[in-house]
Each structure stands twice: as structure tokens, then as C-alpha cells.
Design a protein around this ligand. Structure first.
Ligand code: OSB
Ligand code: MG
Length: 385
């Protein structure tokens, strides 16, 4: 049965690619469990392996689309079990009944993309559909959505070490060719961390961009004290410095360190909201996996561009399949000018494609995957329709 995919995902394609309909033929769903180099400390939990799902959709002509569904514990609303259940239900209905079940917006006359809860499943299924449509047209997903894409994207090197090793790790990343670094703060004492950031700046010189992220760990006072301490280190921006984002303009007024939204965008954001009141708002760190709705992600990108805010695509420890899709989006949205947050593959010792999503000299190539690229050694087939 025929499906109208843009209708399903509720987004507009670049004009030259708008004549869309597709006939889904089959679906395969794999579960993977990838080993990590070392346990990965996240804000609320520690991961000992990275689990996720790969969805492979095939149409009547034999074109394939790949999507990844990897709930991140402590960040995603869905657990792995819920994700498996929801994905199989959704895909089953798409294949057997040609039903547009994901957001069901066509039946209701509402701004549905601003009301549906973020869902890693919806994003993954939407990506599989969009990548199928793009593969059928022999273009990248980014080009299909936005009309053009760069061939490579700049990456911010992500420091993984603890404070005592920041300088040597920054040194290593600069040696690898990164021009922008991202450092996680708010983990231990903020005074020591501020000192560490200044040491990094002294060491790397003025031309490297420094981004910080405190994942909402501080109250306003602590954040301001930190901001004042690192003011001379010329910070490009700090992601989510304080618990309560409504206080962010006061943070900027006090210390003049620009800030970025990340966690705030994982909630439903009123589409009519103007961010102009947020002086000092420099960037949106956009994690499609956690925003959990392609149309909402695109709306946020548009909002950022209209209001002079930098859109910075970022990953959530996806495997190679998920990273390749994010790189395609970044190729169209950020091009070669804005460094993006896709340096998360290095925590894994294995992947889901034969060649990993590699970074060279601070650049990641934008690539389109087919089923031949998949490495299923760490995968188990859960579902085949
Ligand atoms: O806080 O930005 C974060 C990854 C998973 C969950 C949360 C975060 C991240 C990253 C991704 O930092 C890497 C990056 O943005 O450079
Ligand atoms: Mg962040």
C-alpha cells in the first residue's frame, strides 16, 4: 500500500524533490549492544555498553532506508523495551495497513509537532523513511530536505578526561586537527574547573574555539562566579549553565559569557516564543535523537537561523548508522562553517558499519549508507516483516 512520507513526518522537502510517494515492502529491526572503551559517565547514570536499534526499510523498487533508535538512559523518555515495542507496532502498521500512525496530524487540525512528546522511536522511523526517499533519488537526506549539502563537516573535539588531564587531552585533540574543543564542567568544584579552563586557553592559544557544557549543574550564583572567572578565556558559549533556564539572561548580564540551549530544547518549546529576550543566547545545541521529532527539529533550526542563533547539531552516543544521518543533516544545516558535536564515536570500540564514522583533521565526511555498509556482528535480528 502506498504511503505519503512527507505527510507522515509532517515536513516539507526541498521543492525539486516534492513528488513523493513510496510503497514500503519490508522492514527489519536489529538490536545492537556495542562495547565501550571504558564505562561512560552520564549525568544520571553510568553506561557499560551502548544499546540501540537499527531499522532497515525496503520499498517495492528495492531502495533501502536506515534509521537508528538508541534511547539514551537518563536523557530519553523511552526505555529500550518501550522503544522495541513502539517501533514494531509502528512499522507493522506502516507495512501492513499503509497507516500514517506516527503523528497522526493529518486528522487533527493542530500544530501537532509542538504537542507530541519527544520520541526517539519517531525520530528513528522518520530517519529511515527520509533516508529511503533520499536513496531512491540518489541524494543525501540533507540535500533532499534543504536542497544542498557540504561533503564534510567540522567537528568539535570532545574532552573525555577528568580535570587533571584536560591540558594533555586538549593538546592531543589539537594535534589531531580539531579547531574547536568542548569541555564538560559542573562535575566537581567549579573554582578548580574555572582554573582548568583558563589553563587550557593559555595552552591552546587564542585561535582555538572553546565550548563548555555544565548540563544545568549550577545555581545562578555559582554559574555567575564561574562565568566571571573564565571571562578572560574567551568562551564561545557554555551550554545550559544553570538549573533554571529562565535565569539565563541574568547570568549573561552578570558575566557576559554567551550561553547555549541544549536540554531546554528536549521539551516542547512554544513555537511562537521569541528568543530575543534571551540576550547572550549564542547557540542551539540540537540533538535530533533527544528532540525526538524531525519536524520539530527543523522548526528549531529555522527559528535559530531567523534569530541569528547558531544551530549546532549534536549526537547522543549513537552508533555509525545514527551518526551518518546526523552528519547528513549537519552537512546541509551547518555546512563547513559551524563545528558540530559529533565526536562521540570514539567512546565505542565497535560499530554498526564496516568503516566507522571517522574524523580526520577535525573533519567528518558526509556519507550515505546502504545495507552493504552495515556490520551486523553486534546485532541480533528482532523483527522481520
Ligand atoms: O550534554 O551535550 C550534552 C551527548 C549525550 C548527552 C548529552 C550531551 C552529549 C554531548 C555530545 O556532549 C557531544 C557534543 O555535543 O559535542
Ligand atoms: Mg549539552
Amino acid at each position: 500500500m502506498g504511503l505519503n512520507a512527507p505527510n507522515f513526518v509532517g515536513i516539507r522537502l526541498s521543492p525539486q524533490y516534492q513528488d513523493i510517494s513510496l510503497e514500503l515492502k519490508s522492514a527489519r529491526l536489529y538490536r545492537f549492544s556495542l562495547p565501550l572503551k571504558q564505562p561512560l559517565d552520564l549525568k544520571h547514570t553510568t553506561l557499560h555498553q551502548r544499546d540501540g536499534l537499527i531499522l532497515v526499510l525496503t520499498d517495492a523498487m528495492g531502495h533501502v532506508g536506515l534509521g537508528e533508535i538508541s534511547p539514551l538512559p537518563g536523557f530519553s523518555r523511552e526505555t529500550m523495551e518501550t522503544a522495541i515495542y513502539k517501533t514494531t507496532m509502528l512499522v507493522d502498521r506502516m507495512i501492513n495497513f499503509g497507516e500514517l500512525t506516527a503523528h497522526h496530524h493529518s486528522r487533527r487540525n493542530t500544530t501537532w509537532e509542538n504537542r507530541t512528546a519527544p520520541s526517539v522511536v519517531h525520530y528513528g522511523v522518520e530517519t529511515a523513511l527520509l533516508s529511503l526517499l533520499a536513496n531512491a533519488r540518489r541524494i543525501s537526506m540533507g540535500a533532499m530536505l534543504y536542497g544542498s549539502s557540504s561533503n564534510k563537516i567540522a567537528i568539535n573535539g570532545l574532552l573525555q578526561s577528568s580535570l587533571s588531564d584536560w591540558v594533555p587531552e586538549a593538546d592531543f585533540l589539537i594535534g589531531e586537527g580539531y579547531k574547536t574543543l568542548k569541555i564538560k564542567v559542573g562535575r566537581i568544584n567549579s573554582v578548580l574547573e574555572a582554573r582548568g579552563i583558563k589553563e587550557i586557553r593559555e595552552h591552546v592559544g587564542p585561535d582555538i574555539k572553546l565550548r563548555l557544557d555544565s548540563n544545568r549543574s549550577w545555581d545562578l550564583e555559582t554559574a555567575i562566579a564561574f562565568g566571571e572567572a573564565v571571562k578572560s578565556a574567551n568562551i564561545e558559549y557554555i551550554e545550559e549553565p544553570i538549573e533554571n533556564p529562565a535565569e539565563l539572561p541574568r547570568f549573561f548580564d552578570a558575566c557576559e559569557v554567551p550561553f547555549a540551549f541544549d536540554e531546554t530544547l528536549h521539551q516542547i518549546v512554544d513555537p511562537t516564543i521569541s528568543f530575543e529576550a534571551y540576550t547572550g543566547l549564542k547557540a542551539f545545541v540540537l540533538k535530533p535523537t533527544l528532540i525526538g521529532c524531525t519536524a520539530r527539529f527543523i522548526a528549531l533550526v529555522n527559528q535559530a537561523k531567523e534569530q541569528g542563533i547558531m544551530p549546532v547539531i549534536s549526537s547522543s552516543y549513537e552508533s555509525d548508522v545514527g551518526l551518518a544521518a546526523l552528519a547528513q543533516l549537519a552537512g546541509s544545516i551547518c555546512g563547513e562553517d559551524i563545528a558540530v558535536g559529533l565526536d562521540t564515536r570514539s567512546v565505542l570500540t565497535a560499530g554498526t558499519t564496516k568503516t566507522p564514522s571517522s574524523i580526520q583533521n577535525g573533519w567528518m565526511p558526509v556519507r550515505t549508507l546502504t545495507t552493504q555498509d552495515l556490520d551486523l556482528s553486534y546485532c541480533e535480528l528482532l523483527y522481520h516483516n
